[in-house]
Write a protein that binds this ligand. Structure first.
Ligand code: NAD
Length: 397
């Protein structure tokens, strides 16, 4: 394979993610081929990249000539014309619609075009990489490369090897993403990978608190922001992500874990989706964003706020410890993923150590005895760490 910078990078899908990934690769000096099945999509993507680079130039982050060079490095492919422009690619990253059959058909068609050594990477958020590899002749070259939105700004990339992926392919893709200035972590091919799995209780536990009438959305958001130190509260974040998208991620993790009750979606969120209250993009979600709407005020009760944060945080730490227990990622990668992928104020394992593993265990056991639900089972590794008196942020020996 040519030197890293000389690699030609293909991106299929020129939507929110694909255009961001194309911008990242072109900014790093690669020739990029960008294609989309929809007429005009690549031109639109090019305009979005142009404005994004113009902002970087205005802020002094990028020189004007470098921005022009970046755009000039992106060539179009007419996907309808049989993916011909992808023929010289060393790696193709797909960011098309989140449907297994569509992605498998695309990889199979690409295999007809690209050289044997070309890596086929998927930006899927929820599909199994093994299932994508199962649809091609050479599954050893299929790997997950999960970027976060917006790709040019968010530093994290989860590298996801499947059981069939060649270790050399995974390590090459990690080196490539590192060379783009990304923070890379390795995740096992499991539902939600690292970030979308461990973050579930941030939403799920907050929804339970809402459903039980412990507090309203404004108060829970206020507590998680002001006391917990999170950049956004769970409800404002769900409205920002889109309740349809957030609900779909939770549902997919729930189904893909054979209905583990820890990830059970909330009826409250389902009803919002059914009613079309999708969040900011529809001007209504948990909050009303229409002109003249009154923003609800939080209760600002510090005792209640601390109890909310204690409960949500205990479930998040338990989830992070369980990800280490199940070897989904190393403790260090768990910390990096949550701070770089979703901007948590600190790594959950270190946070749990600061609170004290025995205290986290006490909180989760209390929830388990109070509710009698398997949802609140403590991770076996949390129990073991407490028994051994070892920190949560220690190697998984
Ligand atoms: N949006 C996010 O926050 C986010 C984050 C990480 C990963 N992802 C994943 O990235 C992928 C793309 O998501 P998105 O948000 O960019 O979607 P999007 O809808 O913005 O873009 C998808 C693009 O793919 C094109 N497309 C669909 N089928 C195609 C095909 N067969 N061949 C070529 N082009 C095709 C569509 O025309 C569209 O332009 C999905 O797998 C998604 O799960 C999304």
């Amino acid at each position: 394979m040519a030197s890293l910078r000389g690699l030609i990078v293909g991106v299929v899908g020129a939507g929110a993610m694909g255009r961001g990934i194309a911008q990242v690769a072109a900014s790093a000096g690669h020739r990029v081929v960008l294609g989309d099945a929809r007429d005009g999509a690549v031109e639109q993507a090019r305009e979005t990249i142009r404005s994004s680079l113009a902002r970087d130039v205005a802020n002094g982050r990028v020189a004007a000539a470098a921005a022009d060079d970046t755009l000039a490095r992106i060539a179009n492919d007419d996907v309808a014309g049989g993916l011909r422009a992808y023929a010289p690619c060393d790696v193709v990253i797909e960011a098309i619609v989140e449907e297994l059959d569509a992605k498998r058909a695309l990889f199979a068609a690409l295999e007809e075009r690209v050289p044997r050594e070309c890596v086929l990477a998927s930006n899927t958020s929820s599909l199994s990489i093994a299932a994508l590899g199962g649809g091609v002749a050479h599954a050893d070259r299929v790997v997950g490369m999960h970027f976060f939105n917006p790709a040019p700004r968010m530093p994290l990339v989860e590298i996801v090897p499947a059981i069939t992926t060649s270790p050399e392919v995974a390590s090459r893709m990690r080196t490539l993403a590192d060379s783009w200035g990304k923070t890379t972590v390795v995740a096992s091919d499991t539902p939600g990978f690292i970030v979308n799995r461990i973050a579930r209780p941030f939403y799920g536990e907050s929804l339970r608190l809402l459903e039980e009438g412990t507090a309203d959305v404004a108060t829970i958001d206020w507590a998680m922001r002001e006391i917990g130190g999170f950049r956004m509260g769970p409800f404002e974040l769900m409205d920002f992500i889109g309740n349809d998208v957030n609900y779909a991620v939770t549902s997919s993790v729930f189904e893909a874990t054979f209905y583990d009750p820890r990830y059970r979606p909330a009826l409250t969120q389902r009803r919002l989706v059914e009613a079309g209250l999708l969040g900011r993009k529809r001007e209504r979600g948990y909050y009303d964003y229409r002109a003249g709407a009154v923003t609800p005020s939080p209760a600002q009760d510090h005792v209640l706020g601390a109890a909310i944060v204690d409960r949500v945080l205990a479930m998040l730490v338990n989830e992070a410890v369980d990800a280490v227990h199940l070897r989904i990622a190393s403790p260090n990668d768990v910390e990096l993923a949550m701070t770089k992928g979703v901007n948590y104020p600190r790594g959950l394992l270190a946070w749990g150590d600061q609170i004290g593993a025995p205290e986290i265990l006490r909180r989760v056991e209390w929830l388990q005895s109070e509710y009698g639900e398997d949802r609140y089972r403590p991770s076996p590794l949390l129990r073991r760490r407490v028994r051994e008196g070892r920190p949560l942020l220690s190697t998984n020996a």
